[in-house]
Every structure is written in structure tokens, then in C-alpha cells.
Design a protein around this ligand. Structure first.
Ligand SMILES: [Zn+2]
Length: 167
């Protein structure tokens, strides 16, 4: 069983995290109008997405000089979704593409919870500035973790930190 969502003019696209520092979980919100999805993903996938977006926009601006990175359409209003998501997903892979002057995001995922075996594919088209904003959000969400120890560079939990460099 495979389910497919298509958002040809996605208006909702953001990267978020919830939870206490060190125990955060990460997700994307993707959608259009009242229909939206919450796609959970591992932090390292979100980090690779941020890098991939940078690379993608850089390549695109070289191949198509008319697409300057900061002038690729106006970002949509930052409206957070209302109500419940149409689906909760566990993201496995994200690929970026380009289609009719818009960027495309393809998510391979499966449903969260008891229906885990259900495969879900998500296809959405966004403006380049939406994509750029997503990249910026992904970077800041990933960087906003636990404070780092100045001695060893390790993360400091709210409960404290046993530093290998100060024994
Ligand atoms: Zn330390």
C-alpha cells in the first residue's frame, strides 16, 4: 500500500524541533491551505537537508544566473498550520529537484504509529525563497541544541556535564 500527497503550490514549509535540550525531536511541516503533514526526521537527516539546500541553490544560481538567490519570489506568509495534520510520517529520504521554475521536495516516508508498514510519498513544489528559508530554519534548529562545554566541546545537559578534560 502506498499513499501519495502532492502539494503543487505548497504554502506551509518549515523545520521545527520540540522537546528538552538533548532530547529534541525534529520535524518538517509541509502543506497547502488546511491540509498539512508532519514529517518527523532524524537530526542528521535535517542537517544533510540544510547542506543539500545550500548546494542546490548554489548550483542553480550558477546554471541559471537569472535566479539570484535572494530574489526568487516572495516567501509566503509564515502562517502556522491549524488543526490536525492529515498524516504523521517518519521520513527516510528527501530529494531535491527542479520543475517549472520551482524547487521540488520528494519525501520517502512511512506512516507513524501502528500503520508503520504503509508507505507514503510526498511531492511538493515551493519557491526558491521558501526553500532557502527552510534551509536557514533547518540550520538554526539543528544548532539550537544544548550549550557546548568550552573545555571539551561536548554538550552540557540541564543535569550537568562530566568533563573528560577536567579531572
Ligand atoms: Zn567538557
Amino acid at each position: 500500500m502506498e499513499e501519495r500527497y502532492e502539494f503543487d503550490e505548497a504554502t506551509l514549509l518549515s523545520a521545527l524541533a520540540i522537546g528538552a535540550p538533548g532530547k529534541r525531536t525534529f520535524f518538517l511541516i509541509i502543506g497547502q491551505k488546511e491540509k498539512w503533514l508532519r514529517a518527523w526526521l532524524e537530526k542528521n537527516l535535517l542537517e544533510s537537508l540544510a547542506l543539500a539546500i545550500d548546494q542546490f541553490l548554489f548550483t542553480l544560481s550558477r546554471e541559471f544566473p537569472s535566479f539570484s538567490r535572494r530574489a526568487a519570489g516572495t516567501p509566503s506568509a509564515e502562517n502556522l498550520p491549524s488543526g490536525l495534520p492529515a498524516a504523521e510520517l517518519e521520513t527516510e529520504e528527501i530529494t531535491l529537484g527542479f520543475d517549472r521554475e520551482k524547487a521540488t521536495l520528494n519525501l520517502s516516508a512511512h506512516a507513524s504509529g501502528p500503520q508503520r508498514e504503509r508507505r507514503v510519498e510526498v511531492y511538493c513544489r515551493v519557491t526558491l525563497s521558501q526553500l532557502e528559508k527552510l534551509g536557514d530554519q533547518a540550520k538554526s534548529v539543528c544548532a539550537a541544541g544544548r550549550p557546548r562545554c568550552v573545555l571539551c566541546g561536548g554538550p552540557i545537559d540541564p543535569s550537568g556535564h562530566i568533563c573528560p578534560k577536567s579531572n
